[in-house]
Each structure stands twice: as structure tokens, then as C-alpha cells.
Ligand binder design. Structure first.
Ligand SMILES: [Zn+2]
Length: 342
């Protein structure tokens, strides 16, 4: 046992020097205690994010992502999964030989129960059945379902999405049939084949090999307040898949609810505080100004990498360009009706 846990030390110190300005470590400790996270729970939360980091950065630091396509990228995650302290990007889905009637039967059972889950949970369950390996973890039949689900939840949102798209691409093909309604002319709704081959994907360079290297700094005008101090430079990481799993239909229709869930997951600290920390709702509530909210949203989005599900084409009626989101729900993505007629 160490003589003092960080919590005890901070409390002792706070008592002894009440009038003194608080150090970063003390502010973090106070905030964690407010959240009811003390001792091991707090250490586990912070430990997940690689412990302490330096405070050198005084200005915005955003990563340089590489633009590629789904076809070029292949079976390689855009961000990576943390295993043994390093990011791994290799994964493997079922081969054609592995996709058998028993697999279909299990998928059928998941689809029957789809109403009782969020879209994110649905995708996780499909992937639990259809993934063979993520990094060094083999998804065998012997591995408990909860363990597979847990691994996916902790992964980055865009990586899980990418594996799902890749699965579709490999097994059903490159074209996804979309039914488009122009809205600018009276042309009747028409079928449009989206081409997954050319789907834009943003990825981190191979040189980014640890979780720590994924943490960016978003520069805000007013920032957030902790204790009585304001911090303008916010440390953010890509959003995790668990956020998608928690998102209900109601949340996705509520712009702020969606942003809030992303912020709470993405914000991991501040420049000027010497350790990473968990962001809370009360910390978010100290934000000031629409510009800051939009800036943070933009920055969190731009470090999240992954596939851009927007496709564009021209309306056969008015010849004007349209853009649409590819529908990636099971029915419109995996079933026979999602394949264009040739
Ligand atoms: Zn038109």
C-alpha cells in the first residue's frame, strides 16, 4: 500500500493550505470526488486513458488525417484498437465459406429482437457473429458474448462502423441501392446506386501508434470552468462506439442531446491540468457561447476519422446535384433489396 493515495494527499493538502490557489491535480481530484469517483474507480477511469500527460501544448493541436477510399484501405481500421498499450488496426470478418445457414439463423433472431435495441446495439450484435478477429483478439464461439460486446463498446465509433461497412462490402458487393426523391423538381423517386468502392475514408497515419497520440487539443474562446479556473484548451479523443450504442431514436433527433453525449465521451482533459480526467455534465454546463459549442462539435467530428457516408449524384429530372446519407440499417444495407438491379 502506498502511504497516501492521491485522494488523501489532495485532501490533506487542501486542509492545510486553504487560501492557496489549487494545483491541477487537486482540481481534478475535487472534480472526480464530485462525480462520486474516488480511489480505484477514478484511477480506472483515468487509467483507461493512459494516465498522466505533459502540459506543454499552449495552442491548438489537431491531427493530420489521411484521405483514402474503402477499396484502398481494405481490412484496416481507420483509428485502431488499443491492445497491450498500442494501437492495432488489423481485423478479419467471416469469409464466404463461414457465412452459413446457422449464422443466418442467429442473425434472424437478432433482427426479430431489433425493436428492443438501439441501432448501435444491433450493429454490435451482428458484428459479434460476423467478426473473426479484432487485432489480436479472436472472436471464437468460446468467447462469451458479453466480452465481445464490451470490446466493441470500448472501440472507437468510426472503427466499428468501418468493420460493419467492410462486412457488407465483402459479402454483398460494392453497390448499395438508394431510393432518392429529388425535392427540387417533380421527377418521381428514382433508384441511385451508391458505390462503396469510392467511399471516402479518413484514417490516422500508421505513425500514430498509441492512445496518447490520438489526443488532440481544441482551442475554444471561453472554454470550460473547473473549480474557479477557466481552461480554453480542451483535450479531446475520438468518440467511442458506446455512444452510438446509447443513442436512441429520440437522441438522434435531438441535436444538443447528441452533441452532449459526444462531448462527455470525447473530452478527456485540459491544457494546464497535468492529468487526463473524465468530463461531466456540470463541466459542460460552464461552456459559454454558441461559437464554442459549434467549434467543439466541429473539432470532435474532425478527429473522429472513418467513412464518410454521404454520396452525391445528379437528378435525372432537373440535372441538379443531390447529396444523401447512405442508409446503413440492416434492411437497406444487407438485404437483397439493397442490391441494384443490373
Ligand atoms: Zn430533380
Amino acid at each position: 500500500m502506498p502511504e497516501n493515495t492521491p485522494g488523501q494527499a489532495a485532501r490533506k493538502k487542501a486542509k492545510a493550505t486553504k487560501a492557496q490557489p489549487k494545483s491541477g491535480a487537486e482540481l481534478i481530484q475535487e472534480e472526480l470526488e464530485k462525480q462520486g469517483l474516488t480511489g480505484q474507480a477514478a484511477a480506472a477511469e483515468i487509467g483507461k486513458l493512459a494516465g498522466s500527460i505533459g502540459t506543454g501544448a499552449e495552442k491548438e493541436q489537431m491531427p493530420k488525417l489521411i484521405k483514402t477510399t474503402l477499396k484502398e484501405r481494405g481490412a484496416k481500421l481507420p483509428i485502431g484498437v488499443v491492445q497491450d498499450g498500442a494501437l492495432r488496426r488489423d481485423f478479419e470478418v467471416l469469409s464466404e465459406d463461414d457465412w452459413t445457414p446457422p449464422v443466418e439463423r442467429k442473425i434472424g433472431a437478432i433482427r426479430k429482437d431489433a425493436e428492443n435495441m438501439t441501432v448501435g446495439q444491433f450493429v454490435s450484435k451482428i458484428l459479434c457473429l460476423t467478426l473473426k478477429r479484432v487485432g489480436k483478439v479472436e472472436f471464437t464461439d468460446r468467447m462469451p458474448q458479453e466480452q465481445k460486446m464490451m470490446l466493441l463498446s470500448e472501440m472507437f465509433q468510426q472503427d466499428v462502423m468501418y468493420m460493419y461497412i467492410w462486412l457488407r462490402y465483402i459479402h454483398i458487393g460494392r453497390y448499395v441501392k438508394m431510393n432518392v426523391e429529388c425535392g427540387r423538381c417533380s421527377h418521381e423517386p428514382f433508384d441511385f446506386p451508391a458505390d462503396l468502392d469510392t467511399l471516402d475514408v479518413e484514417v490516422y497515419p500508421d505513425g500514430v501508434g498509441t492512445l496518447e497520440q490520438l489526443i488532440a487539443v481544441s482551442e475554444l474562446k471561453n472554454g470550460m470552468e473547473i473549480g474557479s479556473q477557466r481552461f480554453r484548451y480542451v483535450r479531446i479523443k475520438p468518440v467511442q462506439w458506446k455512444v452510438m450504442e446509447q443513442m436512441t431514436r429520440a437522441t438522434t433527433q435531438d441535436d444538443w442531446a447528441t452533441s452532449e453525449m459526444m462531448f462527455l465521451n470525447s473530452v478527456v482533459g485540459f491544457v494546464g491540468l497535468d492529468r487526463l480526467m473524465v468530463c461531466t455534465q456540470s463541466m459542460l454546463d460552464t461552456m459559454k457561447g454558441k461559437a464554442d459549442i459549434e467549434k467543439l462539435k466541429h473539432d470532435v467530428d474532425s478527429i473522429s476519422a472513418g467513412a464518410d457516408m454521404v454520396v452525391s449524384g445528379k437528378c435525372p429530372g432537373c440535372n441538379l446535384r443531390f447529396t444523401r446519407l447512405i442508409q446503413w440499417g440492416y434492411e437497406s444495407f444487407f438485404s437483397n433489396s439493397s442490391v441494384p438491379n443490373r
